[in-house]
Design a protein around this ligand. Structure first.
Ligand code: FE2
Length: 379
C-alpha cells in the first residue's frame, strides 16, 4: 500500500502566529579533523570562496574555524587544536560531520525562549557578540544526536561573518563558483522508531509541519528500506526530512550511517542550483564523485516524467535524475560520501516548479547506494 501524503506548503510569508519565524539557513558548521584542508576542499572542489577565519590569532586557543561562502551558502569548517575539548570528542565519535544547522532569525532571544519553553534542551543561552562592525545575538538548542540548531540574529551587524572572526582571503587562489546557490533542505538520520518522536519535536518545539511522508513501501529495494517524513518551517524556508531505517532483507543505508556515525546525525545537505548540468560538469571536473544509476534509467525517462526543457544526452552523460510532481519537475544528483566513513554526502538539486524530493528516483538511487555498500562490505 502506498501511503505517501502531501500537504500544501504555506505561502512564503511569515504569519503572525509563527512563534519561530525563520529567515532561512544562516550557515552549516562542520566539525572536521583538519579544517585548513577541508576549507580548501570546499573551495577547490565545490567553488566556495574564502570569507573569514577564527583561531589562536584571533584569541581562540582551542579551535580554528574557516568560513567559506558561495552565493547564499556559508559553510564553517571547525577543528580542535587542543585535546580534551568537545570538538575533539565529537570528531572521535562521529568522524567529520555536521555540528550545527544554523538558522537566521529576527530575534535570537525570543527563538531560544519559545523553543526551550516548549521542551527544547538548551545548547547556548542567548549571547550578544560584539565587535567594531556591530553585534550578533546567538542562541542554540539540541536536536537529534549531537547536532544543534543555532539561532543567528544579525540585523545589527555589518561585518563579513560573525564577531570574533577576521576577514580571510587567499591572494593566490580565488576559485570560480560552481553555481551553488543556497541550502534547499537538510536530512537527518535517526534511530529505529525515532522518526515520529523527532517529527513531534519539530512540530511542537519549532512549529514545523509534516508536509510529506514516505513509508517503507515507497522507499525500498529488494534488500533494504527506510521511512521518511519531511518537516517544513511555517514559511517553507527551512525543510528537514527525517529518516529512520525499516526492516529489509539486508542492512539499510540508514543503518550503515548510524553504525559509522555512532548515532544520529545529518545524512545529506541539498544544495540548490539554477543550472544543474553546468554545476555538475564543474563539480565533476574538480573531482567531486557522484552516485551512478544504470543508463537504462534513461530509456523510458521521458515516458515517466513527460516533457522537460533539458536535453537528455547531458543528463544521461552526467547521471542526473529527474522526477515530477503535481507542480513541476526537479533534477537531482547525489554525491558519494565526502569523508572515509559512509556518512555525510551532498545532493545537488534544481527545482523547476516541483516542491517534492524525488520519490520517483528513490528505487534507482537506493540500488546505486547498495552497490556502494556492497563494495564496502556493509550490505
Ligand atoms: Fe534530499
Amino acid at each position: 500500500m502506498n501511503t505517501t501524503t502531501t500537504t500544501p506548503v504555506a505561502s512564503n510569508t511569515i504569519s503572525e502566529n509563527d512563534f519561530l519565524p525563520l529567515e532561512g539557513t544562516d550557515y552549516v558548521e562542520f566539525y572536521v579533523g583538519n579544517a585548513k584542508q577541508a576549507a580548501h576542499y570546499y573551495m577547490s572542489a565545490f567553488g566556495f570562496q574564502a570569507l573569514a577565519y577564527l583561531g589562536p590569532e584571533t584569541g581562540h586557543r582551542d579551535r580554528a574555524s574557516y568560513a567559506v561562502r558561495q552565493n547564499k551558502l556559508t559553510f564553517v569548517l571547525t577543528t580542535p587544536i587542543q585535546k580534551d575539548n568537545a570538538i575533539a570528542d565529537h570528531i572521535y565519535m562521529h568522524g567529520d560531520g555536521v555540528k550545527s544547522l544554523s538558522l537566521r532569525v529576527p530575534d535570537a532571544k525570543k527563538a531560544w525562549e519559545e523553543t526551550t519553553k516548549r521542551g527544547a534542551s538548551s545548547y547556548m543561552e542567548p549571547t550578544v557578540m560584539k565587535d567594531n562592525d556591530g553585534e550578533v545575538v546567538i542562541s542554540g538548542i539540541h536536536t537529534y544526536g549531537d547536532t544543534v540548531h543555532l539561532f543567528i540574529e544579525r540585523k545589527n551587524y555589518k561585518g563579513v561573518f560573525l564577531p570574533g572572526y577576521k576577514a580571510w582571503s587567499n591572494p593566490y587562489y580565488q576559485p570560480t563558483d560552481t553555481g551553488l546557490l543556497y541550502v534547499d533542505h537538510c536530512v537527518g538520520n535517526v534511530n529505529w522508531n525515532q522518526m515520529n518522536p523527532w517529527v513531534k519535536f519539530y512540530e511542537e518545539v519549532m512549529g514545523f509541519r509534516n508536509i510529506l511522508t514516505f513509508d517503507d513501501n515507497d522507499i525500498s529495494t529488494e534488500y533494504s528500506a527506510l521511512m521518511s517524513k519531511v518537516m517544513s518551517s511555517g514559511n517553507g524556508f527551512v525543510k528537514f526530512p527525517i529518516n529512520e531505517p525499516a526492516e529489509g532483507k539486508k542492512k539499510s543505508q540508514v543503518e550503515e550511517y548510524l553504525e559509522f556515525y555512532n548515532g544520529e546525525g545529518v545524512q545529506h545537505v541539498a544544495l540548490a542550483t539554477n543550472d544543474i548540468v553546468k554545476t555538475v560538469l564543474e563539480l565533476r571536473a574538480r573531482g567531486v564523485e557522484f552516485l551512478q544509476v544504470p543508463t537504462s534509467y534513461y530509456d523510458d525517462l521521458l515516458d515517466r516524467v513527460g516533457h522537460i526543457d533539458e536535453d537528455l544526452a547531458p543528463l544521461k552523460e552526467l547521471g542526473i535524475l529527474v522526477d515530477r510532481d503535481n507542480e513541476g519537475y526537479l533534477l537531482q544528483l547525489f554525491s558519494k560520501p565526502v569523508e572515509d566513513r559512509p556518512t555525510l554526502f551532498f545532493e545537488i538539486i534544481q527545482r523547476k516548479g516541483a516542491k517534492s524530493f524525488g520519490k520517483g528516483n528513490f528505487k534507482a538511487l537506493f540500488e546505486a547506494i547498495e552497490r556502494e555498500q556492497e563494495a564496502r562490505g556493509n550490505l
